[in-house]
Design a protein around this ligand. Structure first.
Ligand code: KIV
Ligand code: ZN
Length: 383
């Protein structure tokens, strides 16, 4: 079966920056955008121009800088938002406006104090308005995760008639399970008469820790574009982590692929971490500092025999270093010998047990035994 290409839509600079404390300087936005382009990301969403002068300036500056990736700016379904987005995108080679409105009854009632019919009218008119300003209009059906599927399908049909080329079905509140999200996207794919005129995008939040799983489920149901952020930053619990989506596409034999080059993942993750002062948790998939660290004796022995025993991703593939085996109180003799050899610490074979016991005594008092610790023990044990 021929694999279909998935467009990768990065929203680190927009949704990612919405995370509390994640504000980025213009300089950082330019640097991150350049790295995203180098990595081969298809679309970079840079900001929400109407929201602040700095966001407008960022969209404008990134639009002028980036030559290959499409540049997207966010707008609500209002003319002044769309005007600001179009103006900020003026320098972009491939501009895209993403505009949208609530699709769930909760949003329609509690946020807009409106009705389904009125919301459909606004969506139609505003997509039409934006389609006169840029070639590519992406519509987001906000809170699609909690919307009624029949109404959602009607909304997609309406905005496609108005000229939307991409429709995003966000699980805005991270409410769905993968099976529910699969069903939702599949329902839209199967029940919208003009579905062949549009690309469907998936945008998942991590409130229940299912953002990446939901994204993959949405792609399996037929979506064409996956949205996410580097390190999974974003509103509340964050967005689907782009590095997780990309590596899932690389590691698994799925009916689709991406052209993104994963070699830049590790470096970009560190740039985003530093620029946002938002530290990546140690056990974060793909980019956490422990993501490739093996510390128990059983695992270390297996890795020393063949890394594939306990590694499904080659860290070199994401531009990471092959990490040292972490020496802890759970480490075995094989790991200790391996590290001693790496540190050029000589030992007499029949004295090794003694050495191992000494190592364990220290390991029981601290979480990780470093190379310096080993050298120090060795010096002590020589005297
Ligand atoms: O989560 C969401 O609904 C969004 C939209 C603006 C796309 O971020
Ligand atoms: Zn979002």
């Amino acid at each position: 079966m021929e694999k279909r290409k998935i467009d990768i839509f990065d929203t680190t600079l927009r949704d990612g920056e919405q995370g509390p404390g994640c504000l980025l300087t213009l300089q950082s936005k330019l640097e991150i955008a350049e790295r995203l382009e180098l990595m081969g990301v298809d679309i970079i969403e840079v900001g929400f121009p109407i929201s602040s002068p700095a966001d407008f300036k960022a969209v404008s500056a990134v639009s002028k800088l980036i030559k290959n990736a499409k540049i997207c700016a966010l707008a609500r379904a209002r003319e002044i938002d769309i005007d600001a987005a179009a103006e900020a995108l003026k320098g972009a080679k491939f501009p895209r406006i993403q505009l949208g409105i609530g699709s769930s009854d909760i949003h329609i009632r509690n946020k807009f104090n409106s009705t389904r019919e009125k919301i459909l009218d606004i969506a139609f008119n505003m997509v039409r308005y934006a389609a006169n300003k840029v070639d590519e209009v992406q519509f987001f059906a906000e809170d699609a995760g909690r919307s009624d599927n029949v109404f959602l399908a009607k909304m997609v049909q309406t905005v496609v008639e108005a000229g939307a080329k991409i429709v995003n079905l966000p699980d805005t509140n991270g409410f769905c399970t993968p099976f529910e999200y699969y069903e939702k996207v599949k329902f839209v794919m199967d029940n919208v008469p003009n579905i062949d005129k549009v690309k469907i995008s998936v945008h998942c939040h991590d409130d229940l820790g299912m953002a990446t799983a939901n994204t993959i489920a949405g792609l399996l149901a037929g979506a064409h574009q996956a949205e996410g952020t580097i390190n999974g930053v974003g509103e509340r619990a964050g967005n689907a982590a782009l590095e997780e989506i990309i590596m899932t596409l690389m590691v698994k034999d799925l009916p689709f692929f991406t052209i993104v080059n994963p070699i830049y993942i590790s470096g970009l993750s560190k740039i985003v971490e530093t620029a946002m002062s938002n530290y990546v948790q140690a056990n974060k998939a793909v980019v956490g500092r422990n993501a490739f660290a093996h510390s128990s004796g059983i695992h270390q022995d297996g890795v020393l025999k063949d890394r594939s025993n306990y590694e499904i991703i080659d860290p070199k593939l994401i531009g990471g270093d092959l990490p040292d085996l972490i020496l802890t109180a759970r480490s075995g003799r094989a790991a200790l010998k391996n590290r001693m050899a790496a540190l050029n610490i000589p030992y007499v074979e029949n004295e090794f047990e003694q050495y191992y016991e000494q190592f364990l005594r220290l390991a029981d008092t601290k979480s990780v035994v470093t190379g310096e610790d080993l050298t120090a023990i060795f010096e002590i044990s020589k005297n």
